[in-house]
Design a protein around this ligand. Structure first.
Ligand SMILES: Nc1ncnc2c1ncn2[C@@H]1O[C@H](COP(=O)(O)OP(=O)(O)OP(=O)(O)O)[C@@H](O)[C@H]1O
Ligand SMILES: [Mg+2]
Length: 560
């Protein structure tokens, strides 16, 4: 039943409309040619919206029922309500949950177009001349960090702010800190302002300002022989009246772990993966009596694809997960922002990029439990041993436990407290496959953090534990299959697998003996892939340079 609608002189044909829709003509001040274009666009949009609504069964009753002409309808009781149908409701709910699921397309739009805008109107701004440099706190490859104070408000001698003068990754760090301040301010150091300063001698630099949170990072605190007792006074209101020993240390480590996971859950829920979680990047905030995350220069915002460059990584090898990449390396580069936004929930579920950070937190947990693994050299040695055990913590334990010295034994004893609940959590964080690692949110609900009845697990706690064990089972095969299928379909010119994936396959099934012929073929294939990859990377690099900094035009320029 075709029908006709007239919009501003545009006639719409619709097979669903039972009568003519009449609209007032659009403003005539638009030039004729433009007007007709605009009309066609409006017309198309209206038709699309109408068909969509009718198609899913949500719409005005008559359009849904297709009940014929106006005379018949006029005899029916008049209703302006919306008819709700089961498929319509399912589709609406599905769309809504898609838009809200991690990393959150809908909250992302609200954040970018409303919150960011409003915040910009009200927040205080700073410029170079406002800042008085103090002591240098650190210097990395991409910038230096100073303790500073404000010229107009000379505060305590040391300065109550921190300034980072960054070159390469400064823009990314400003973006991430602003996102965090709006979405999960308690997760990271309190960020004040960031701007591009082009008058410095070294060329353009990004200046970032935070509130000074405190003197010590978790790395500093862990280096002390007193750890974890030196943290106890800082984070727990009252000193526990337990005697010094494993139980008391366990309580303190529990609290630190809970704070780390809470901070990380905040970041992950808003679609940010840190990628450089390590004790040096965790600061103790004296004001909040809690640990906070710093140094977001390597972070990736998966909501809009910022700083997500699959083939590039700036990892600290001591704390990096074995996969090294947070996303499938088959994705050549971040899609454009609207596409990345629309696809972000799918990409997130397929890759689970947050589990990269979970591995690093797992290593921090390990270091806190085992005093013998707190030094760099011992951590590197542990990483080597774990790799030899195919990243299976249980077999690592079997290998080392029989000949363990007192420091290692102490760690196992601590984790074995309360029916081995700490060991259970640790093994669910340090796993080869990202998909089998626990998420920050689920970890926070782990029975390890239950304070009551830890020594004798109650029936409910046991049930919870069984549930966690069951959910840890390997359910990754189906997901892997989908990822591989998607990966191969788009990358024929890459020859199917990347070097990283070949490596992964090699590590999963390393035992097969291969003939000399097969080896030669494999080498030839590898060489071919290497050449193609290098070419692709150069092209990626070019296109990335063109589009990767589209968002940095929002960063304010420093004023004189
Ligand atoms: N908000 C803050 N409050 C107190 N100290 C801070 C703050 N931010 C950074 N710091 C100190 O500055 C150091 C360096 O900061 P950050 O990790 O962000 O920079 P970086 O580029 O990684 O430099 P580095 O390579 O020296 O770590 C930290 O280890 C910490 O001691
Ligand atoms: Mg750092």
């Amino acid at each position: 039943m075709a029908s006709v609608a007239n919009i501003g002189g545009v006639v719409l044909h619709s097979s669903f409309l039972g009568n003519k829709l009449k609209f007032k003509p659009l403003s005539l001040s638009i030039p004729l040619k433009k007007q007709s274009n605009t009309r066609i666009i409006y017309g198309e949009m209206l038709r699309f919206a109408h068909d969509l609504f009718v198609g899913v069964g949500v719409g005005l009753p008559c359009t849904v029922m297709e009940c014929g002409d106006i005379i018949y309808r006029s005899t029916l009781p008049k209703s302006n309500g919306i008819t709700v149908t089961v498929p319509g409701v399912i589709l609406a709910l599905g769309t809504l949950s898609y838009l809200w699921v991690t990393p959150g397309v809908a909250p992302g739009f609200f954040d970018m177009f409303v919150l960011a805008f409003v915040e910009r109107l009200f927040r205080p701004t700073y410029k170079k001349d406002d800042i008085v440099l103090g002591k240098k706190l650190g210097e990395g490859s991409f910038g230096a960090v100073y303790r500073v104070s404000l010229a107009r408000k000379p505060s305590s001698k040391g300065g109550d702010l921190v300034l980072k003068r960054a070159t390469e990754y400064g823009a990314v760090e400003i973006w991430m800190n602003e996102r965090v301040r709006r979405a999960c301010a308690n997760s990271c150091a309190d960020f004040l302002y960031g701007f591009l300063e082009s008058s410095s001698k070294k060329g353009a630099e990004y200046w970032l300002l935070w509130r000074f949170e405190g003197e010590a990072t978790l790395a500093d605190l862990m280096q002390s022989r007193e750890f974890p007792y030196n943290v106890e006074a800082l984070i727990l209101q009252d000193i526990q009246d337990l005697p010094k020993g494993l139980d008391r240390e366990n309580r303190i480590i529990q609290t630190i772990m809970r704070q780390l996971l809470f901070a990380l859950d905040g970041l992950h829920s808003t679609g940010i993966v840190h990628r450089d979680i390590k004790p040096q990047n965790i600061i103790f905030s004296e004001g909040s009596r809690a640990f906070k995350i710093i140094d977001l220069g390597a972070a990736a915002d998966l909501r809009v694809g910022i700083n997500y460059i699959p083939k590039e990584f700036l990892l600290d090898p001591r704390y990096a997960a074995p996969e090294q990449y947070i996303m499938s390396t088959q994705t050549p580069s971040a899609p454009s922002a609207p596409v990345a936004t629309a696809l972000s929930p799918v990409l997130w579920q397929l890759n689970l990029p947050d589990r990269f950070d979970i591995y690093s937190v797992g290593l921090i947990f390990l270091q806190m439990a085992f005093p013998g693994l707190r030094s760099d050299s011992s951590l590197i040695q542990f990483n080597r041993q774990l790799k030899r055990c195919d990243y299976d913590l249980v077999s690592w334990r079997q290998t080392v436990e029989s000949r363990a010295g007192p420091e290692l034994r102490k760690g196992f004893e601590l984790l074995d407290l309360d029916g081995g609940i700490g060991w259970e959590l640790l093994t669910s964080m340090i796993r080869f496959k990202a998909r089998q690692r626990i998420s920050a949110k689920t970890a926070l609900a782990h029975p390890y953090f239950d304070r009551e009845g830890l020594l004798a697990l109650s029936f409910i706690q046991n049930l919870k534990l069984q549930f966690f064990r069951a959910t840890k089972q390997d359910y990754s095969e189906a997901a892997n299959w989908v990822v591989q299928l998607m990966a191969k379909s788009g990358t024929e010119q890459d020859g199917g697998f990347t070097e990283a994936q070949l490596q992964e396959l090699r590590e999963v099934e390393p035992k097969k003996k291969s003939s000399a012929q097969r080896n030669a073929l494999a080498s030839a294939l590898r060489l071919q892939r290497k050449i193609i990859r290098t070419l692709n990377e150069s092209i990626d690099d070019l296109s990335r340079k063109r589009k990767s900094l589209w968002w940095s035009r929002w960063i304010p320029r420093g004023m004189k």
